[in-house]
Write a protein that binds this ligand. Structure first.
Ligand SMILES: [Mg+2]
Length: 375
């Protein structure tokens, strides 16, 4: 069994209602998938992180085609550990030199998910079984992506699905943040978990100032209060505010994760499977985090493929806490599969079908596919 083809697949749509972030306004969704095929006619699908900006797709596709693909062709997907090692060994220094450590991790992540999918389908086993078995049949989800324009309708829609944990974007305007926190806590009642995410917007001083005001809303965690590379700062925030600190979507690979854990900067670690090196790297990070007593709550803001991979993964690790799900409508999460996810009582079933356990809706994919060479 040898890999004979590695092809990016880009699906794209303009958004009727742009999504506000602290980095700017997201006006389109551009999802980068990767399809890997073997000489036996088997194939797997992975997802390469590409949330915002949509033009970020260029460098990931270039990295996949020119950097990753030549190292994959001819390899046996069942030797996924060897492949993972080979990709990092050959690309890490090159990408550090080039300054593209992110696109490298993103491309390797998509490839890794696709390889786990192939192996699962080949042996007729779901990915969670390949990972050693699931510890939970259903995974609890929380709704994120709320604010800065908080929509009651969006909160209610997710409450109807039984979701009781919500995450609010903060860090734009302290008065608006306070107003949103007040409204969200009102809607949630006293019991639900309310998390906040500053998306790296504050410095140490403004973080302390704001968090001391926000604390009274019973905050379950503050996510990325500071620029992600200020590890000492994250620890300082933990100590000064007494609030649990979460981060990890912008921590790349096991070395950076180890540094954050060793410095006691994090209460919850959040590597994204489409961003930080795939299932293979997340497994190492989650186990390491477990030895520090830090649970794992994967960041996720992509399409259905990464959601499926995250479900298998979180179900199979001891420290799997809760899975993120963007509350904003996203057809690439909701309609990409012929058998989409359903959320009941705030939980999603972990699929038992082989590989990722889902089939792409080819008609849907074809409709939204764009020629990446013309991007
Ligand atoms: Mg975040």
């Amino acid at each position: 069994m040898k890999i004979v083809s590695v092809e990016p697949l880009v699906i794209d749509l303009p958004l009727e209602n742009p999504v506000q972030t602290s980095f700017g306004e997201m006006t389109r969704r551009t999802n980068v998938l990767v399809r890997i095929e073997t000489d036996t006619g088997e194939f797997g699908i992975g997802e390469i992180w590409n949330n915002f900006p949509s033009w970020g797709a260029y460098e990931k596709i270039a990295t996949l085609i020119h950097g990753v693909r030549p190292l994959l062709l001819g390899e046996d997907p069942r030797e996924i550990g060897t492949i993972h090692h080979k990709l990092f060994k050959h690309l890490t220094i090159l990408c550090l030199q080039w300054g593209a450590i992110g696109p490298m991790h993103h491309s390797i992540s998509g490839v890794d998910i696709a390889l786990w999918d192939i192996i699962g389908k080949h042996y007729g086993l779901p990915i969670h079984k390949l990972l050693g078995g699931k510890l939970q049949d259903e995974v609890k989800v929380y709704a994120s992506g709320l604010g800065p324009r908080l929509s009651d309708e969006l909160v209610l829609k997710h409450q109807e699905m039984g979701i009781t944990s919500f995450k609010l974007k903060v860090g734009n305007n302290a008065d608006l943040d306070l107003q949103n926190l007040k409204r969200l806590r009102e809607m949630m009642g006293p019991d639900g978990h309310l998390m906040i995410d500053a998306n790296q917007a504050w410095n140490r001083q403004s973080a302390i100032h704001n968090l001391m005001k926000f604390k009274s809303f019973d905050i379950a965690w503050i996510e990325e209060p500071l620029p992600c590379d200020d590890i000492e700062g994250l620890r300082y925030i933990r100590e000064k505010t007494g609030l649990p600190v979460a981060a990890g979507e912008n921590i790349y690979g096991r070395k950076q994760a180890r540094k954050a854990l060793e410095q006691e900067a994090l209460d919850i670690i959040q590597p994204d499977l489409s961003k930080n090196g795939g299932i293979s790297e997340a497994r190492i990070i989650a186990e390491m985090a477990g030895s520090f007593g830090s649970p794992y709550a994967p960041h996720y803001l992509g399409g259905a493929v990464c959601f499926a991979a995250s479900l298998h993964f979180i179900a199979s690790i001891p420290g799997g806490l809760i899975l993120e799900m963007d509350a904003n409508p996203n057809p690439f999460r909701e309609q990409l599969f012929t058998n989409p996810f359903t959320i009941k009582d705030g939980k999603v079933n972990v699929p038992d079908l082989p590989g990722l356990g889902f089939e792409l809706d080819q008609e849907f994919v074809d409709f939204y596919t764009i020629d990446y060479k013309q991007m």
